[in-house]
Design a protein around this ligand. Structure first.
Ligand code: ADP
Ligand code: MG
Ligand code: ZN
Length: 482
């Protein structure tokens, strides 16, 4: 964007709640089951059935509100949002219109110029629709299938104020929102499974202009990166339209991730009239202040607070604290390692180095290491006590991953002879051998290139399969070449 325009962004985020069952019936809320196996007369919208509000979903929606600093309404009600679509069996969605559960919240985000609060207009409860499947196999042109497993799954819709000023801020907002909702166990926020979905609204205006410009809304965004890209594209398009004498039209668009451009879905005239009216089959719900207070008290620690605590109470570098708390399970793994008696920085080093590498390589979640922490801590202590070298420690870590927790580290070290060799007598012969085999390096060192000593130390390490005490090996080499 040229500096002569200010970008204004507001996001509407739908998040699936981590409940056992659906919002108004007893069907299981689960991803990935065979199509149409998690349905009943209520979520199929058959005549004569009545919805019953899921208490757990209500509690999680209150928790989302409290976690995002909202005022929780004393009295909240449900409304029918009417529209016709094949994935919506009742012909309406039960949502909340004029009395949403939560209002006036905020979410703190990190921007290059510091922290910033983004206002949250409202968070309301609603049910999800089903899913259309468009097969691409031969002979299925024009055919669509409907899977109603998702119909009736509880959602909260989180509507932000138009407070973001760049696609980067929108990205930061989504990252922070996902982090907080995962931390408080409201949702797993997995975009790939559709448990977090985002519609992005954008307009532009002259800096200083108090009036908002005409907005467009982009749907069908399937990653945070796509949100940022689509917003950049759209803001630039607005500027181009206005600068060439045109007017931005209020339209709903979809993002074509392949062509990297927006495509108009419908104009303002074609916008839905949802004919909202109160849901007659559900009573109004009162969120008892004592209940809200209890939810607030039971709220798990938020990521920002945990980061602060790691830095100020445990003395971790801000970088470590950021990486560890960026993934709730990783932070929990770190806490467990400390619970096994490791000092904070030692525990952090093991997580940041060995655990992250193994997670990347083996595509594991941090929780896969939860039942390995006793032995990981044992190995970390051995490295600290110089009973084994750092390199052996890394090997032992990999060995731990492949063996049950009952396999003894001590016994393995003993049987495999992995203890660190610091004994000069034991290393001297190897050093002598290495020197004899490397006349070129030795000549370099004697010519004053002292950094070449490291190459010889490396060879000693190789000869001892990483077990040599590198400091002792270095001293022996220096002595021998003196
Ligand atoms: P609509 O009635 O079209 O759904 P809302 O007022 O409900 O619009 O706002 C929907 C979302 O769009 C909110 O997140 C809001 O912050 C955002 N929004 C509203 N007006 C603008 C604007 N002019 N520019 C950017 N975002 C906007
Ligand atoms: Mg809206
Ligand atoms: Zn059902």
């Amino acid at each position: 964007m040229t500096p002569s325009w200010e970008t204004v962004i507001g996001l509407e985020v739908h998040v699936q709640l981590k409940t056992r069952t659906k919002l108004f019936c007893g069907c299981v809320n689960k991803y990935g089951a065979d199509p149409n196996t998690l349905v009943c007369p209520i979520c199929l919208g058959l005549p004569g059935v009545l919805p019953v509000l899921n208490r757990q979903a209500f509690a999680l929606a209150v928790r989302a509100g409290v976690a995002l600093g909202c005022d929780v309404a004393n009295l909240t009600k449900f409304d029918r949002k009417n529209y016709y679509y094949p994935d919506l069996p009742k012909g309406y969605q039960i949502s909340q219109y004029d009395r949403p559960l939560n209002r006036r919240g905020r979410l703190e985000i990190e921007t290059p110029s510091g922290k910033k609060n983004i206002g949250i207009t409202r968070i309301h409860l609603e049910e999800d629709a089903g899913k259309l499947i468009h097969p691409e196999t031969e002979g299925t042109a024009g055919v669509s299938f409907v899977d109603l497993n998702r119909a009736g799954v509880p959602l909260v819709e989180i509507v932000s104020e138009p407070d973001m000023r760049s696609p980067e801020e929108a990205y930061a907002y989504l990252t922070a929102l996902k982090e907080i909702l995962q931390y408080v166990d409201v949702s797993d926020c997995d975009m790939e499974k559709g448990s977090l979905r985002c519609d992005a609204n954008v307009s532009i205006r002259r800096p200083g202009d108090p009036k908002l410009g005409v907005k467009t809304e982009i749907k069908n965004l399937n990653s945070f990166r796509a949100v940022a890209k689509a917003l950049s594209y759209e803001a630039a398009r607005h500027a181009q339209v206005i600068e060439s004498g045109g007017k931005v039209e209020q339209v709903t668009l979809t993002w074509d991730a392949v062509a990297e451009k927006t495509i108009v879905l419908r104009s303002k005239e074609e916008a839905h009239d949802y004919r909202y009216f109160p849901e007659p089959d559900l009573v109004h719900v009162q969120a008892d202040p004592a209940f809200v207070a209890k939810v607030r008290e039971a709220l798990p620690e938020r990521p920002a607070a945990r980061r602060e605590r790691y830095v100020h109470e445990l003395g971790l570098p801000a970088y470590d604290a950021g990486v560890l708390t960026g993934d709730k399970e990783l932070a929990e793994l770190f806490d467990r390692l400390r619970g096994e008696g490791l000092a904070p920085k030692i525990a952090s080093n093991w997580v940041m180095k060995h655990v992250l590498a193994a997670m990347n390589e083996k595509k594991l979640h941090a929780s896969a290491f939860f039942d390995k922490t006793r032995r990981i801590a044992e190995v970390a202590r051995k490295v600290e006590a110089k009973e084994v070298t750092g390199q052996t420690g890394g090997d032992l870590f990999l060995w731990i991953l492949e063996t049950p927790e009952s396999a003894s580290v001590d016994e393995h070290v003993r049987k495999q002879g992995l203890a660190q060799v610091s004994d000069a007598g034991a290393l001297e012969a190897i050093v002598k051998d290495v020197i004899a085999k490397s006349p070129r390096i030795v000549a370099d060192i004697k010519a004053g290139k002292t950094t070449a000593i490291q190459a010889l130390v490396g060879q000693v390490m190789r000869e001892t399969k990483g077990k040599a005490n590198a400091t002792v090996a270095r001293e022996l080499i220096e002595k021998a070449l003196h």
